[in-house]
Design a protein around this ligand. Sequence first.
Ligand code: NDP
Ligand code: 2IT
Length: 444
Amino acid sequence: MHYVERVLSELKAKDPNEPEFHQAAMEILNGLRPAIDRHPEYEKAALLERFVEPERVVLFRVPWVDDRGTVRVNRGYRVQFNSAIGPYKGGLRFHPSVHLSIIKFLGLEQILKNSLTGLPIGGGKGGSDFDPKGKSENEIMRFCQSFMTELYRHIGQDTDVPAGDIGVGGREIRYLFGQYKRIANEHVGVLTGRGLTYGGSLVRTEATGYGLVYMVEEALKCRGDGFKGKTVVVSGSGNVAIYAAEKAQSLGAKVVAMYDSNGYIYDKTGIDIAVVKQIKEVERGRIREYAERVKTAEYHEGCKGIWNIPCDIALPCATQNEIDAESAKALVKNGVKYVGEGANMPTTLEGIAVFQKAGVVFLPAKAANAGGVATSALEMAQSSGRLFWTFGEVDAKLKNIMVNIYHNMDSAAAEYGAKGDYVAGANIAGFMKVAAAMLAQGIV
Ligand code: NDP
Ligand code: 2IT
């Protein structure tokens, strides 16, 4: 049996109830095959077995009291996956769907994504099955304080540095940071995505969406093309989606559709991002309200229909497995040429196969959405150095990082006989550095 197959089958047997983790591991390990075949020393050192096993998993109780005085109990997670190249780094997700399999898939992806940035950050991820939707400001604060009261003992600026993800944005980070500082008595870069008055970095809010568009722009440029005049579909309407749409529009594209978990809006004249920001960031409302305010827009219940809208470029920016084979086929049939993954693992394995077979330029999440964590690492650098860089400085560094990632994965794919296969290219380019660091440090 091939080394990759053996490790995958052992992993599935060990934790049979973790489908999302299996899916991420399959994508990664199969993408790594050309590199594994060239490096027999990996198997001797049980490198893959160690790579798929988290260094540490913390699972904890998060009790809090809601506004009616009822005691509520959620579950908290932090998976400290791999610290070979730097302190654990990765977001926290607050969403009712969160369970260990989701956090492990995100953590595994994060190791390679963080390596791809070229910066010294290891991989981790955490979160809770807490649902911030419909909670009052005080409930959010109490939950975040309770969550951090346990988490603080496991993290630190040189140990593990969490940040945001689904359901965790600037608001949650500020309550988490306030509680950390109070307990640990230190004002350090232990969380990223902080406010600009207490250690945050300019561009962190925009970074994932902008970074995604910078990478797609580079892929277009290398094919003699650009965003100008392109029709774009962006799924989601949260942090990543909003700033991807904003940047794509600023480069001359027309973003015609976006969604939230209830349904999608279609505006053939191009979505007005300022209205989406007002609804989502200021009012914390639903995307359907856009169609009530903008006459040219239609609202449709349900999410899946968005992938039937003809577009040149699709940017899935909401959640895992949003694009299955059927949706991928609909996109291909309608002429999609580029898919850039803003969300983590938004395309199923079958969906990826459809895109690759059709010759679509497919930019996988761990490369395409690395701009967020890269800018988090820039925030950490500014915190350690007691510095504050301008918007232009951080934005230029972000763009440079995204362009470099694109070329590194492009070269890695070609070098390992998989030209244009960026799934293989991103996995190999990210893994080689982690593998070298793990081998150098002995059996740990
Ligand atoms: P937000 O919480 O800001 O937004 C999430 C968006 O996705 C919302 O519009 C939400 O709709 C929608 N969504 C979430 N779950 C579902 C679902 N099950 N079905 C349909 N829609 C859904 O999160 P982010 O924008 O930060 O994150 C989006 C994606 O990007 C995630 O996959 C995250 O892991 C990834 N990512 C985020 C980074 C960051 O810096 N924030 C960095 C790299 C990747 P609703 O409001 O209705 O729930
Ligand atoms: O998936 C991700 O890369 C993030 N949610 C951002 C992580 C970070 O540490 O900024």
